[in-house]
Design a binder for this molecule. Structure first.
Ligand code: THU
Length: 160
């Protein structure tokens, strides 16, 4: 038996102001996108902004449904839209932020498992890492270098 440790680097910033210009601007677009989320059931609004290699930004926000599982998270709305509008263009980073009507979200929100799997598909396909910049409504911002970092042992097409 061998023991292996899986570790990854996470950058923690005390606030939005500490980010570099490009990341901060992307997060500001995610914050702006958040307000247009359709989240009448959870009251939890999520905004995402995807930065592409051609410098275009594609936004997304969560879109809920009376039939709950039919809704979609902000990250997948954004990434699928990027894939549809700019096929073949590399995704460089994605900024994610959330706000709740019920409480202050004061820690960074990380993508759910389904979104990790979906973003992973794009990362593998484009053969270059997608950076994640994560925030709540206020407080610390976290950044990781690659989606693969937060989805170790991912399922992928090599198993098929
Ligand atoms: N949600 C997202 O949009 N992204 C996430 O990473 C986590 C959850 C949405 C789904 C649902 O509309 C609401 O937040 C509550 O789960």
């Amino acid at each position: 038996m061998k023991k292996r440790n899986v570790a990854f680097e996470l950058l923690v910033f005390e606030s939005l102001e500490e980010l570099n210009r490009q990341d901060r601007d992307l997060m500001l677009l995610a914050i702006d996108a958040r307000k247009d989320a359709y989240a009448p059931y959870s009251n939890f609004r999520v905004g995402a902004a995807v930065l592409l290699d051609n410098n275009e930004v594609v936004i997304g926000n969560n879109q809920e449904n009376a039939s709950y599982p039919s809704g979609l998270c902000a990250e997948r709305v954004a990434v699928f839209q990027a894939g549809a509008k700019y096929p073949g263009i590399i995704i460089k980073s994605i900024a994610i932020t959330a706000r709740s009507k019920n409480h202050l979200v004061d820690k960074p929100v990380a993508p759910c498992g389904n979104c990790r799997q979906s973003i992973s598909e794009y990362e593998i396909r484009q053969k270059s890492p997608i950076e994640l910049i994560l925030m709540g409504e206020s407080g610390q911002v976290m950044k990781c270098h690659s989606l693969a970092d937060i989805l170790p042992l991912a399922f992928n097409n090599t198993y098929l």
